[in-house]
Design a protein. Structure first.
Lengths: 275, 270
């Protein structure tokens, strides 16, 4: 197959630039940090300076180092949760999309219940069962999102299956597995990829809320959510400690939104502007 | 031997409503049959039942036998068996070419699919066969069309491409379900002429479905008239036009004549 002709989408480029920066920072955090996370030599709540670019927290830990680790956590949760949601959601959604009557109806009812069930409550239950850890947060977010992906997939599959070109393809003797590979997946993909990208950002945000509530990664690992929570008490004296993780969360969500827009344009040839 | 034999075909919905009742028809190899009926008369469902493609909410009883050399019952047969005859023995052209083509796939690739599967072509031979198939439906600049997406070409070109796909595996029977209804009048007559000549050249049988007496009249003499899922009239179109027996057919003929008169008046006035 020929490769898809490169199509320039500014939103994709800008979104990818932001997310690559965050990914780069996260990768660096594994190899090198300005200060280790348990280093408290910086002095309490010191202001930004040459030694501590964004200052320190109330225990004297370097904020830049903690933010870098936060990037790593946000991305890990984003990727893992979307992976879980993708596998579970696609499987359930395809099954419901192809199923008839009672199987479809019972799967849809199950999905509706799952969607109505608050992710936060699910997270608390999982944390209660497994203890507070990053893995618990990932599973809670991943399963919560898989219901959303499944319902979207089911809808998209049903819509594609009702199209004449599926009947036309069957009329020329194409087998179901081939139809799925040739027609169903490519046609649901543009919408799904957008949803995956958005869910990726939402997963990062969800992790921040869980950490904010103390249900995320345990200390000394700092997620952007726990940084926000800690900065709350000292927001008047060192506002940067709250602003920095907040801005990073915003950057993450904006970048995935831009990427989602760009991907849709690239994946769907009918949306491309005439050149 | 007939290429298509439908006997007592009845199609029922899950709510037990009969949408097609007791339809029987025969098509000999190389013969043509027109099916006339308004929307909801069950003509498209009859067409889909011919190749076992009824929506899953509908169930069919009776008998549909397809093929003259290896006759095969269609009703109640697995997809695997059906896939070996679909496209090869019979294929179908739909009303809306824009929905009958995958919007995300280039025309050439869509055409390649049946050619590869049924004729085992690949590489250069496949490329050649794609261009040939497009040339046969008299598409100008076939190599451009082959590399275009459906939304990048005109309605007429799309329907020609859809016809090329249906003809790709050299079926003995072509089912055309309102193939010109969605097209402009000028394009419509071109596509009709195309269908007419290809079906004659290849000596194929044709089941031509339309709501339009005039369109059916251009392509075949033998017709059946469907109303509410049942055959209300059948025979030579000429005879039916002269002496319609069923009230629905009478209405149909009357309206066709009114349209004809209107055209005559317009011509006379010009």
């Amino acid at each position: 197959m020929k490769t898809v002709k490169a199509h320039r989408s500014w939103s994709l480029i800008i979104g990818l630039a932001i997310i690559s920066t965050i990914i780069l920072v996260a990768l660096i955090s594994w190899l090198w940090l300005p200060y280790s996370l348990d280093n408290t030599d910086g002095g309490r709540l010191s202001q930004p300076s040459a030694t501590h670019w964004l200052g320190t927290d109330k225990l004297g830990r370097d904020l830049v180092s903690r933010l870098m680790v936060g990037a790593r956590i946000a991305l890990t949760v984003g990727f893992s949760a979307v992976l879980i949601a993708g596998v579970v959601g696609l499987t359930l959604g395809m099954a419901a999309g192809f199923a008839q009557k009672w199987l479809d109806e019972s799967l849809s009812a199950l999905l509706d219940i799952l969607i109505a069930f608050p992710t936060l409550l699910l997270a608390m239950l999982i944390v209660a069962a497994r203890g507070s850890s990053l893995t618990s947060a990932i599973f809670a977010i991943g399963f919560g999102m898989s219901a959303i992906i499944a319902r979207l997939t089911r809808l998209l599959v049903k819509r594609v299956l009702s199209k004449d070109f599926i009947t036309a393809s069957r009329a020329s003797g194409t087998s179901w597995p081939r139809i799925i590979a040739l027609h169903v997946l490519p046609n649901i993909w543009p919408t799904l990829i957008v949803s995956f990208a958005l869910q990726f950002g939402l997963a990062g945000l969800a992790e921040a809320s869980l950490s904010y509530l103390g249900l995320g990664a345990p200390p000394p690992n700092a997620s952007w959510g726990s940084l926000l929570q800690e900065a709350q008490a000292t927001v008047m004296t060192s506002p940067i400690a709250a602003i920095a993780p907040g801005l990073l969360l915003v950057a993450l969500v904006i970048s995935v939104n831009l990427i989602a827009d760009g991907l849709r344009e690239v994946a769907d040839p009918t949306l491309r502007r005439a050149r | 031997m007939n290429i298509l034999e439908i006997r007592n075909l009845t199609i029922t919905t899950s709510a037990n409503v009969k949408v097609v009742s007791d339809v029987s028809l025969l098509i000999a190899p190389g013969a043509r049959l027109g099916v006339i009926g308004e929307s909801g008369s069950g003509k498209s469902l009859t067409a889909l039942a011919c190749i076992g493609l009824l929506p899953s909410q509908l169930s069919a009883t009776g008998s549909v036998i397809l093929g003259d050399i290896n006759p095969q019952e269609i009703i109640g047969v697995s997809d695997k068996v059906l896939n070996s005859i679909r496209g090869r023995v019979a294929s179908i052209v739909f009303q809306e070419p824009i929905t009958a083509l995958d919007p995300l796939m280039k025309i050439g690739r869509q055409l390649a699919e049946p050619l590869r599967r049924h004729q085992g072509l690949s590489g250069d031979a496949l490329e050649k066969a794609i261009i040939q198939a497009l040339e046969e439906v008299r598409i100008n600049n076939p190599s451009r069309i082959a590399t275009s997406f459906p939304h990048q070409i005109s309605g007429g070109e799309r329907q020609r491409a859809a016809i090329a796909m249906a003809l790709a595996c050299k079926p003995s029977l072509l089912i055309a379900d309102e193939p010109t209804t969605a097209l402009d009048v000028t394009v419509q007559s071109e596509v009709l002429a195309l269908l007419d000549s290809i079906v004659s050249e290849r000596n194929m049988a044709l089941l031509f479905i339309s709501h339009d007496l005039a369109v059916v009249g251009q392509i075949t003499d033998n017709v059946i008239v469907l109303k509410d899922g049942a055959i209300v009239e059948s025979g030579l179109l000429r005879e039916i036009m002269k002496k319609p027996t069923h009230p629905y057919t009478q209405d149909l003929v009357k309206n066709a004549l009114i349209l004809d008169d209107a055209l005559d008046i317009a011509k006379g006035g010009a």
